[in-house]
Design a protein around this ligand. Structure first.
Ligand code: COA
Length: 133
């Protein structure tokens, strides 16, 4: 059974392991914790049997006009069970009233987000990568 939470109470950074799969320089669990704390909104998916956090999504927003979803991830062991879809639906509920919700994704995920109502837009971004990446 998966429970969806928007609080960190009762958790510790160690509960945030197993994410950022394949990232060359992933955030530490402590940095991950800080990312959640400093976001406008976040939702965690927790497996109630193991008590592990198995998915999360974050949003940045001015709360009025625009919002951005920087991170969505479901741990490989729990993918393809609808958790990602629920995380997006839940974060959208916390962004009700804004004009736009944007995100950036790899080309292979375009159909995934299209099925959730997102359209392709042109965009540009700057990345401040660590030296060895
Ligand atoms: C992308 C990701 C969040 C999807 O989470 P998930 O919980 O496995 O996805 P869901 O089970 O909610 O999938 C919902 C639907 O999308 C489909 N889907 C899943 N991954 C897909 C993909 N890569 N491309 C197209 N469709 C996809 C599922 O088949 C499902 O369709 P259905 O509702 O018709 O059965 C997850 O695969 C993940 O964490 N990937 C690694 C990190 C990542 O790429 N994050 C996104 C960064 S922008």
């Amino acid at each position: 059974v998966i429970e969806y939470l928007d609080r960190l109470e009762g958790l510790a950074p160690e509960a945030l392991c197993g994410f950022f799969v394949g990232w060359p320089a992933p955030p530490t669990p402590e940095q991950h914790w800080e990312i959640l704390e400093r976001s406008f909104a976040f939702v965690l998916a927790r497996d109630t049997q193991t008590n592990e956090v198995v998915g999360f999504v974050t949003a940045l927003s001015d709360g009025v006009f625009s919002a951005f979803i920087p991170l969505l991830e479901v741990r490989p062991s729990h993918q393809k069970r609808g958790i990602g879809k629920v995380l997006i639906q839940q974060i959208e509920q916390r962004l009700v009233g804004v004009y736009s919700i944007d995100l950036v994704c790899d080309p292979e995920l375009v159909p995934y987000y299209a099925a959730l109502g997102y359209q392709s837009l042109a965009g540009q971004g700057k990345r401040f990568r660590k030296e060895n990446v």
